[in-house]
Design a protein around this ligand. Structure first.
Ligand code: GTR
Length: 422
């Protein structure tokens, strides 16, 4: 993203593997007291909870308990030559008239003969950037400035349809899936205001008994919004989508967000991390490309304040990001990287999946497939997708492309096709 160097002091990223300081990853299958986790029950009942708590305390922050939601359908229209029904639905964080809200843009295939599985993901440039149809309302909220698509932190008509490449609606719907997307700024505007705006401001008072330094950052707020969207998709208000078969997807900072959403909310049936990098899938201890210190300097609001203690001090972290992936086990997880996206450390993203594999195997799945996790990174454009953890390294830049989507659709065909009893 264009913002990555704006407010930085001199920072030279390291891209040289030989300069990585020796590190030891924490073992997801060893409790903090040193005892081994050797049964699925001990993982589920003890270690998983312990790790979640550690990520809340040291990395993403504690979020409030789920609030009540209510919803209001704003529009409904047949689109794509009648192939899909598109609707806009406002979901409110709370029952009061003045509760904060986010707007869901929802596509459902019209040919479906029952509730469909769906992808749910936040978008960067507004729902009106997914599709150039002028009947989608321009989002009235705060936007990071980005060329002619914005003017003084407001979106402009020029933003219509600009992100259509990242959201191949026709392809998704033709394959029998629904798509639900939300502008991330509806939940929390992406700038540092001391955690006061967005739902931080609206719901923050309900978060009590948490040290200031461990209160929720923006990634946790965005993930909280995704969980409330899932509340809606699982409710009677949304009969066309099967809320038990929702894959949460995100790119980059929103990939970090989909991982935290999937880790903290086990109702997400599948989780996709597209080029999520530092604070997402990439191992922090490698410190290749973007580092903990760098991300906390550029984006002080994404993580909790305590995460700053690990700037240039990653080995002091009680967790690393493979354990975030492990929190998603045994549910299907797909991690994707891109060859030119060195800032996000593709190898660190791959290794994270490899080191989450033992937890998946303990939980009786085939992890990354075959008998053991792969030792080598796959070649570009050679997905690993036989198991319940998928991975690919796409040729090209930091982006979410049709190639990526085709892999996710194939993976979803394997794992989300048949409905599961609730
Ligand atoms: C960059 C940031 C990355 C990634 C990216 C994005 O500036 O350094 O961690 O999140 O933004 O979200 O596009």
């Amino acid at each position: 993203a264009a913002t990555c160097v704006s407010n930085a002091t001199a920072f030279e990223p390291n891209y040289d593997e030989s300069k990585i300081a020796p590190y030891k990853l924490p073992d997801p299958l060893v409790m903090e007291d040193g005892s081994a986790v050797t049964t699925p029950g001990r993982w589920e009942n003890q270690r998983r909870a312990e790790l979640l708590e550690l990520f809340r305390k040291h990395v993403y922050g504690f979020s409030p308990e789920p609030c009540q939601i209510r919803s209001e359908r704003v529009s409904e229209k047949q689109v794509l030559d009648g192939k899909a029904t598109r609707s806009e639905v406002d979901v409110f964080f709370g029952s009061g008239d003045d509760a904060a809200s986010m707007r869901l843009l929802i596509y459902v295939p019209t040919s479906a003969d029952g509730p469909v599985p769906a992808f749910l993901g936040l978008n960067f440039q507004g729902n009106h950037s997914i599709d150039s149809d002028p009947s989608i309302q321009l989002n009235p909220g705060w936007f990071r400035n980005r060329g002619e698509t914005t003017d003084g932190n407001r979106t402009t008509e020029a933003a219509r349809g600009v992100a259509a490449d990242r959201w191949p609606v026709d392809l998704i719907v033709s394959r029998g899936y629904g798509l639900v997307t939300i502008y991330y700024g509806d939940i929390d505007p992406d700038f540092d205001d001391g955690f006061n705006n967005g739902i931080h401001g609206a719901l923050g008072d309900s978060l009590t008994g948490v040290e200031d330094e461990s209160r929720w950052g923006s990634i946790a707020a965005w993930a909280y919004g995704l969980s409330r969207a899932l509340d809606y998709l699982q409710s009677d208000q949304c009969p066309s989508i099967d809320g038990d078969r929702v894959a949460v997807i995100g790119h980059s900072r929103l990939g970090k967000t989909s991982l935290w959403a999937g880790a903290s909310d086990p109702r997400f049936a599948m989780v996709i991390s597209n080029d999520s990098g530092c604070g997402g899938a990439a191992l922090s201890r490698r410190a290749i490309g973007e580092t903990v210190g760098r991300i906390n300097t550029s984006f002080p609001h994404w993580f909790n304040d305590k995460f700053n203690e690990y700037n240039e001090n990653e080995s002091a972290l009680p967790v690393d990001q493979h354990e975030l992936l492990a929190l998603i086990a045994p549910r299907p997880l797909y991690v994707a990287s891109a060859t030119e996206d060195r800032w996000a450390d593709p190898k660190g993203e791959f290794l994270s999946a490899v080191h989450a594999d033992p937890v998946y195997r303990l939980l009786d799945t085939d992890g990354m497939g075959s008998d053991a996790a792969p030792e080598q990174m796959p070649s570009p454009d050679q997905p690993i997708n036989e198991g319940v953890i998928g991975y690919h390294l796409r040729t090209g830049k930091h982006d979410l492309t049709e190639y990526d989507w085709r892999q996710y659709l194939e993976f979803a065909d394997r794992h989300l096709r048949s409905s599961r009893p609730r």
